[in-house]
Design a protein around this ligand. Structure first.
Ligand SMILES: NC(=O)c1ccc[n+]([C@@H]2O[C@H](COP(=O)([O-])OP(=O)(O)OC[C@H]3O[C@@H](n4cnc5c(N)ncnc54)[C@H](OP(=O)(O)O)[C@@H]3O)[C@@H](O)[C@H]2O)c1
Length: 348
């Protein structure tokens, strides 16, 4: 029998640390068996979009798909959603082919959000997996760009992987948004959050630089980078929007110089970046500034095939270009197991 699990039933069921560990296992499995997964498929008509993330983790014994639909706008120069549908996980036991669970809604992982706000909670956990494998262990200063939904969550997941972070420098374009972020988030972390009024001040001297914006234009400049820093960036692709002529350029969150300064570049999945023509990677490759061969998949790090960092002076870059089915399925398996053990969900 499979379980139907609603987001409202699983509030507090999975901790941030457990979610990050589960997603890391999913990418480890992908490194062992890359053919058991595929890049996210997306269809789009004007601002209407549907995405399907398929993935199989043979070691964990799970496969399935994660689906979501939304409408969005580029008003104000940054992507924002106007309509968001409930996310759905369809999870199978890949050994018996039995349906394991249907999970309706993103897992409400963050205590400061309501269930209705919990859309895309997996993303900051995937970012944490790559950041943990690449950033220096002695990181103390986090430079955070963005003050929205993903920035709030990235603050929490970055603090989870590096509990010794003492200071967070925060920038987004609006002083009001920065102040609201500090008021809401400061009680939740021990590091002191310092809002700053210019983008450069975030990067200078930070150990980990985390870009969690909805920006359309580069926010981080490579000329600001210093040896030993790590950069994680989450802005995705707007290929269809660009092709429809609704925006003038592919989305970027960092400039070409960032790519040139990085000693090591990892993508969540480079086949996805190629398929999506994701600007932060696709444009520098096509300008000959780097090559796809020089970019590594997260699964290669998670499975221990490639190191995330060779020494404390390297500048490392993780382009979290899109969550993948393997991460979603590994997390869904954890939720299904914990729900069954706790007597949560409806047998179907
Ligand atoms: N990689 C993945 O798997 C994945 C998954 C989900 C979402 N995402 C990405 O996450 C992005 C953000 O989502 P969200 O839900 O956090 O959006 P959101 O709540 O609307 O927040 C967007 C934030 O970006 C800031 N921002 C926009 N342009 C900026 C600029 N030029 N410089 C500095 N800050 C800027 C905004 O602050 P101000 O207005 O104050 O500047 C705001 O705080 C999405 O656009 C999407 O591409 C990625």
């Amino acid at each position: 029998m499979a379980l139907l699990i609603r987001d409202t039933e699983i509030v507090g069921l999975v901790s941030i640390e457990e979610a990050i560990a589960a997603i890391r296992e999913g990418y480890r499995d992908q490194g062992e068996m890359p053919a058991f997964s595929a890049p996210r498929l997306r269809i789009q008509h004007q601002d209407r979009r549907l995405s399907v993330h398929t993935g199989g983790c043979h070691g964990l014994g799970v496969s399935g798909a994660f689906l979501h639909a939304e409408r969005f706008t580029y008003l104000g120069g940054a992507q924002q959603y106007t309509h968001i549908g409930k996310r759905v996980y369809v999870t199978y036991n890949c050994d018996t082919a039995e349906l394991l669970a249907l999970i309706v809604g993103s897992p409400p992982l963050f205590s400061f959000e309501t269930v209705d706000e919990a859309m895309g909670t997996e993303t900051p956990c995937t970012s944490a997996v790559g950041t943990d494998l690449m950033a220096r262990k002695d990181s103390r200063i986090l430079g955070l760009y963005g003050t929205g939904r993903q920035a709030r969550r990235h603050l929490i997941t970055m603090a989870a992987i590096r509990p010794d972070i003492e200071e967070v420098r925060l920038y987004s374009r609006s002083a009001e948004n920065r102040a609201a972020f500090v008021e809401r988030m400061q009680p939740l972390v021990k590091a002191r959050i310092k809002p700053v009024d210019n983008a450069e001040a975030v990067a200078r001297g930070a150990d980990i630089i985390c870009l969690a914006t909805g920006s359309n234009v580069p926010v981080l400049r490579g000329e600001w980078l210093e040896p030993g820093q790590h950069v994680t960036s989450i802005v995705g692709s707007n290929k269809a929007v660009f092709q429809q002529g609704l925006v003038a350029k592919p989305r970027r969150e960092f400039d070409d110089e960032t790519i040139l300064r990085a000693d090591r570049i990892v993508a969540t999945l480079k086949d996805q970046a190629i398929q999506d023509e994701q600007g932060d990677l696709f444009q520098p490759v096509h300008r000959g500034l780097t090559s796809w061969d020089a970019i590594t998949d997260l699964s290669q790090l998670a499975s221990g095939r490639v190191k995330g960092r060779e020494n404390d002076r390297e500048i490392t870059l993780f382009k979290q270009n899109s969550d993948q089915g393997v991460g979603y399925m590994a997390l869904a398996l954890l939720i299904a197991r914990k729900a069954r053990a706790a007597g949560i969900g409806t047998e179907i």
